[in-house]
Design a protein around this ligand. Structure first.
Ligand code: PLP
Length: 406
């Protein structure tokens, strides 16, 4: 661990934060200063098991040697040159993404909301090219797609959109996992729908997996209507569910997917992958990003993919997932405050009968990092390469915390 010149106390950090940062976040009272593998250490040196991965970002744990080495090497060579020039790193990453998903092309940006913003522009451009009158983008109630205007407009949660006046129009929010509603929507609006976007597991909305039959029906209806099926894989992608991309669990190929979070192992990056049918909709001058596709982000993401694909990472997800589900279901059978355990792979939600924030805070006090979402859900997202021993230890802490609340 590199020694810093002066370690400031949590109190000082909190005071400075309150004074100088715009208060858009409800923070937990911890400041991390070091991470190693599945472990995090705060400014007092206290140790934590990381079951959160910075909200599904550091999927390979902290300080993964090959990724740190790639970052150092690339920073030494070149960090940025601009999209006005060709880049070996961008070309290599795009090729690897396409070879491991479906034939098509990639647009690079810097975050999840930008990836979805690109998907939004793709959908609108396509609608105009196809001469669709009053085009509609369909998304799901409870979904989360980001905080910029287009992504926020696609997000099916009032609380995310409220307070900003009129947003973009042309969006329709429908109930997830309801096949009748899906059929009705397409029957009624098939001439106007230009795209259907959803998270295969609704994440911020409470870890709600969509049913396989629902996703397959969505694929069928979008194909028949000639509109773009976009899967937001920002949280579910990059091995989180035991497959490189979550859509692979459902035997479908979408027309486009959006990625961010774990793609850069913590380095900011976003990507829109568009299948062949729609990959020339966005042409020269129609979209862009100064930082998107910079050499450093591309190299780190390439290395991240290489590690996931060349080691036993996805197998580990399956093995550890079985263990986590069996332990959590055992807890559910014993403790009535656990209503439901859901998810796929290591993308797991524990729905409680009480507010989950209190549980997450108590877990932190006991050395386990988990995240509270959708008021009552604890999100469990350990690194994909976590050891059995650390998983067991983390679950033991979780059970001890649950016991304090019954
Ligand atoms: N889409 C999904 C499914 C997400 O979970 C998130 C972030 O939590 C986003 C989009 C937005 O990503 P970002 O915060 O990188 O803009």
């Amino acid at each position: 661990m590199a020694e810093k010149e002066k370690q400031i106390s949590l109190n000082e950090i909190q005071e400075k934060t309150k004074k100088y940062l715009i208060g858009t976040y409800n923070k937990y009272a911890v400041a991390f200063s070091y991470g190693s593998g599945e472990m995090l250490y705060d400014t007092d040196g206290k140790e934590y098991i990381d079951f959160m991965c910075g909200i599904s970002v550091t999927n390979l744990g902290h300080g993964e040697a090959d990724i740190v080495e790639a970052l150092r090497d690339q920073a030494d060579r070149i960090i940025h040159s601009s999209n006005l020039f060709y880049s070996e790193e961008a070309a290599n990453l795009a090729e690897t993404l396409i070879v491991n998903s479906f034939p098509g092309k990639v647009f690079f940006c810097n975050s999840g909301t930008e990836a979805n913003e690109a998907a939004f522009k793709l959908s609108r451009k396509y609608a105009i090219q196809k001469k669709i009158q009053n085009p509609l983008i369909v998304s799901l109630r409870g979904s989360f797609h980001g905080r910029t205007a287009g992504s926020m407009s696609m997000t099916g949660q009032e609380k995310i959109r409220e307070g900003f006046g009129d947003l973009l129009d042309g969006f329709l929010y429908i109930e997830p996992n309801n096949e009748d509603v899906l059929i009705e929507t397409f029957n009624k609006y098939k001439d106007r729908i230009c795209a259907f976007i959803f998270e295969p597991i609704i994440g911020e909305g409470g870890i709600l997996p969509l049913q396989k039959s629902y996703i397959q029906l969505a694929r069928k209806l979008t194909k028949e209507a000639g509109c773009i099926l976009i899967l937001d894989e920002i949280q579910t992608g990059m091995g989180r569910t035991g497959k490189l991309f979550c859509y692979e669990n459902f035997d479908i190929i979408p027309d486009a997917i959006t990625l961010a979070k774990a793609l850069g192992s913590g380095f900011p990056i976003g990507a829109l992958i568009v299948g062949e049918k729609y990959d020339s909709v966005l042409g020269v001058g129609s979209h862009g990003s100064t930082f998107g596709g910079n050499h450093l982000a591309m190299r780190i993401a390439y290395e991240t993919l290489k590690v996931i694909l060349s080691r036993e990472v996805l197998t580990n997800v399956k093995v550890i997932s079985e263990f986590v589900f069996s332990r959590l279901l055992e807890m559910k059978s014993k403790y009535s405050i656990i209503k439901e355990v859901r998810g796929i792979g290591l993308h797991i939600g524990v729905d409680l009968t009480i507010p989950s924030r209190k549980i997450a805070e108590e877990c932190l006090r006991n050395g386990l990092v988990v995240n509270s979402t959708a008021e009552t859900v604890i999100r469990i997202m350990p690194p994909l390469n976590i050891s059995y021993e650390k998983t067991e230890k983390g679950l033991k802490i979780f059970e001890e915390v649950i016991l304090k609340f019954i």
